[in-house]
Write a protein that binds this ligand. Structure first.
Ligand code: CLF
Ligand code: SF4
Length: 307
């Protein structure tokens, strides 16, 4: 069941579709026009992951690297709530609260506690999740109930054989899988989750990590399938050579540009991604240190109490 365009008697687009359009227009990642007008806060409440990508190194005490999978520390649910309350009031540009790790949001129950709580307190903020998709079919109802409006699924391959080169293992419903079994479960859930999320009215982006010599030939196929199923946007992310892929080259700008050109035939391409940290805060590319922002907010409050 796809989301119908709902138009009322006076010709106005209503309900869920208006929500979708607002979410797209005011989201700094989904809309290039919005990327310097609006900002986002990533809440690092999700340290655990349910799969192992061969390019991933997670760090929970890292101040000086700027890439996905790192954060200064992991927040408790209470800390995450406090930060949103304080920082949103001080920064009118924040339109999105996202959970993007440092692990997989759907492998951590704290994700849902935080989302439910923020949705109750700030229903106008766009809630955003980024996931590998393994648990998407299982948790979609919870995601929708928590008020999430935008979703990113990282899909790196279509063929299970390619999947074995990218993923060491997955852990699904208490069982560990490796090889093509792991890839088959993961891919089936990613595509099913994608279709269900679109049907549920979420705006959906696909992230694909461009791993030269491993999945470059499959990325256009991902673009074609995702576009065909109704995903809104694709973000081709150049590999950061590390972990088991430390011997590979990061793709050049020209390589990325050529692949985006090809994939753009099937689905709109994102070109302004900055591969953010799991605790990013502010506008894309002009991140602030969230702890420093909190300190300033507290000093400001104390000053107001004194005068
Ligand atoms: Fe964060 Fe991702 Fe939501 Fe954006 S980031 S969870 S969709 S609010 Fe954006 Fe950062 Fe690129 Fe991600 S620039 S890494 S695409
Ligand atoms: Fe790392 Fe994300 Fe892959 Fe998990 S899904 S291993 S957090 S890159």
């Amino acid at each position: 069941m796809s989301t119908p365009l709902k138009i009322n008697k006076s010709g106005r687009i209503t309900s869920r579709m208006t929500g979708r359009m607002n979410s797209m227009e005011n989201h700094p990642c989904f809309s290039e026009k919005a990327h310097d007008k609006f900002g986002r806060i990533h809440l690092p409440v999700a340290p655990a992951c349910n799969i192992q990508c061969r390019y991933c190194i997670r760090k929970y005490d890292c101040a000086n690297e700027s890439r996905p999978g790192v954060s200064s520390r992991v927040f408790t649910v209470q800390e995450a709530r406090e930060r949103v309350s304080m920082l949103v009031e001080r920064n009118e540009k924040i339109s999105v609260i996202g959970i993007a790790g440092p692990g997989d949001p759907l492998a951590n129950d704290a994700t849902f506690e935080v989302l439910n709580s923020i949705n109750r307190e700030f229903p106008d903020l766009i809630l955003c999740l980024s996931t590998n998709g393994l648990y998407l079919p299982d948790r979609l109802e919870d995601i929708v109930r928590a008020g999430v409006r935008s979703l990113t699924i990282t899909i790196n391959a279509v063929l299970p054989e390619t999947g074995t080169e990218i993923y060491s293992w997955i852990n699904y419903r208490g069982k560990k899988y490796t090889g093509t079994d792991a890839a088959e479960y993961l891919f089936a859930n990613q595509w099913r989750g994608l279709r269900n999320a679109i049907d549920a009215g979420l705006i959906v982006k696909i992230n694909s990590v461009f791993i030269p010599g491993v999945n470059d030939e499959e990325i256009p196929l991902i673009a074609c399938l995702a576009g065909d199923k109704g995903a809104d946007l694709m973000n081709i992310i150049p590999l950061i050579p590390q972990a088991e892929f430390s011997h590979l080259q990061r793709p050049t700008r020209e390589m990325i540009h050529a692949l985006r050109e090809e994939c753009g035939k099937y689905i709109p391409q994102m070109t302004h991604c900055k591969q953010c940290r799991a605790d990013a805060c502010g506008t894309i590319g002009e991140d602030r240190d969230m702890e420093l922002e909190m300190l300033n907010a507290r000093i400001g409050e104390e000053y107001c109490e004194m005068v």
